[in-house]
Design a protein around this ligand. Structure first.
Ligand code: GKR
Ligand code: MG
Length: 462
């Protein structure tokens, strides 16, 4: 007698794609200044047993359109066969760009020097990740396990270290843009995150406020804004204030190789590692210049710009260019980021993650991926501190305490959506968020006529 085994798991009954917006401060970077709003795309799935699954990825019209075009591939599929669903999306994307428009979101190429750093990681993997996160959220709820148990070799740690992501901040009062203010709050971080910060002292004050509020022990300063020497002074000031901290600086590849070496050589006692200190120049790839930087300074390197996919990872490894690949699940996928973390562990590298402005769904996605990353990891980036306490899309966002997030025990992502807040963020998107991010616009209030130049800091140009 033969037995036919029929397996089944809940089926996806609906997929919503919801673009949302949140408020932002006048954070400075190589591209200029953040606008008063940032956007993200959400995927919300329902299944046949009444569970809701969520995913969050960067905002962009291309990603939004691509996600909308995947709905028919996701609805009516079984959550237990989520890889089959993701593969069908990959296949469709390979045969036809699901954004409906060629090159709407393309893979990073270093030839595209004018691509802004925040655009480098916009790609079709974002589409996969949004659906992947929501499907894993459903599967975790079905199996009653947190997502980290379903990734790689399962949960590897109870808490995930995060870093304080500090920024130079422009004076919003010099614009007529609708930036929020932090007046009326007693918490120093909630106040300071809206205030101008252009000096080492102001950056140390930010660091102190984030330590008071979140207990961080690791810091990253976004560079590419002031002259390199001034940014190194700010890093030295953070290190002087917190001698046991790991401190890094990320000028997004703005410095020439020679300048990067001159600025960082002999500074290993303050700069624990250097994130994208240099990039492509004079016919050499960013991986080649980073390898030279590393040899010349002995300072470990991290990147979210030149090792952004498996092919770049192979070149990077052959060149010994990067110690810390910042494999953000939003563009490596959750499974891909964990696979890279496992490889880092086996090959003696250190895994970390990059971030862009995000909401609390992404905070949980980062947390589960980092929870499944084996061995020593670098404290991961998060922009959440610039949002926290003001805007959320879930009922109880994960908390950063002692510089760490406790990995949730609840099934799936461990979150409950707050539909009222999601709809409010969607309304905000409809009012303000239809255009692509352009950091040059806000910067022109501070630097008239400002144009992005990948090899010149945005403010310290003289
Ligand atoms: O938020 O301004 C920013 C950052 O510069 C972001 O866009 C980068 O993608 O954080 C990122 C990085 O590490 O390069
Ligand atoms: Mg970076």
């Amino acid at each position: 007698m033969t037995h036919e085994l029929v397996s089944s798991s809940p089926v996806v009954t609906s997929m919503q794609v919801i673009p949302v917006a949140g408020h932002d401060g006048m954070l400075l970077n190589l591209c200029g200044a953040h606008a008063p709003y940032f956007t993200r795309n959400l995927v919300i799935l329902k299944d046949s047993v009444g569970h809701t699954g969520m995913g969050e990825v960067p905002g962009s019209a291309g990603i939004l359109r691509a996600l909308e075009n995947t709905v028919a591939l996701v609805v009516d599929t079984e959550i237990g066969r989520y890889n089959r669903t993701l593969n069908s999306i990959r296949q469709k994307m390979a045969s036809k760009n699901v954004s409906g428009q060629h090159h709407q979101i393309s893979s990073a190429t270093e030839a595209a020097l004018l691509l802004q750093p925040h655009e480098i990681n916009l790609r079709l993997e974002n589409v996969i990740t949004a659906v992947e996160a929501a499907l894993l959220d459903l599967l975790g709820q079905h199996l009653r396990v947190p997502i980290c148990e379903l990734l790689g070799a399962g949960k590897q740690r109870e808490t995930v270290p995060m870093l304080a992501y500090l920024f130079y901040v422009g004076d919003r009062r010099r614009t007529n843009l609708p930036y929020l203010s932090g007046t009326g709050t007693k918490d120093s971080w909630y106040h300071l995150r809206h205030e101008e910060a252009l000096s080492p002292d102001a950056i140390v004050a930010q660091a102190e406020a984030t330590v008071d509020r979140y207990g961080f022990r690791n810091f990253k300063l976004k560079g590419g804004v002031m002259r390199g020497a001034e940014e190194m002074e700010a890093v030295a000031a953070i290190k002087a204030r917190y001698p046991n901290a790991r401190v890094t600086l990320d000028p997004n590849g703005a410095w020439s190789l020679n300048d990067a070496i001159a600025l960082c050589r002999g500074q290993g006692h303050i700069l624990t590692y250097a994130e994208d200190p240099c990039g492509p120049e004079n016919g050499y790839s960013g991986r080649e210049t980073m390898a030279e930087f590393r040899r010349a300074t002995g300072i470990p390197t991290a990147t979210n710009m030149v090792t952004t996919d498996w092919r770049q990872m192979a070149h990077s490894h052959l060149l010994n260019a990067v110690d810390i690949p910042l494999a953000d699940p939003h563009f490596w996928t959750m499974q891909g980021a964990v696979r890279l973390a496992q490889l880092c562990h086996d090959w003696g590298l250190t895994w970390g993650s990059h971030s862009n402005n995000h909401f609390d769904i992404s905070l949980a996605m980062f947390t589960h991926v980092a929870a499944a990353a084996p061995g020593l990891i670098t404290a991961i980036d998060t922009h959440w501190i610039w949002q926290e306490g003001r805007e959320r899309l879930t009922q109880e966002p994960l908390q950063i305490v002692g510089g760490e997030v406790i990995v949730p025990q609840a099934p799936g992502l461990g979150l409950t959506p707050d539909m009222e807040s999601i709809l409010a963020a969607h309304e905000l998107y409809k009012r303000v968020g239809m255009n692509a991010r352009d950091d040059a616009l806000a910067m022109r209030y501070l630097v008239p006529g400002f144009q992005y130049d990948p090899k010149r800091p945005s403010m310290g140009r003289n």
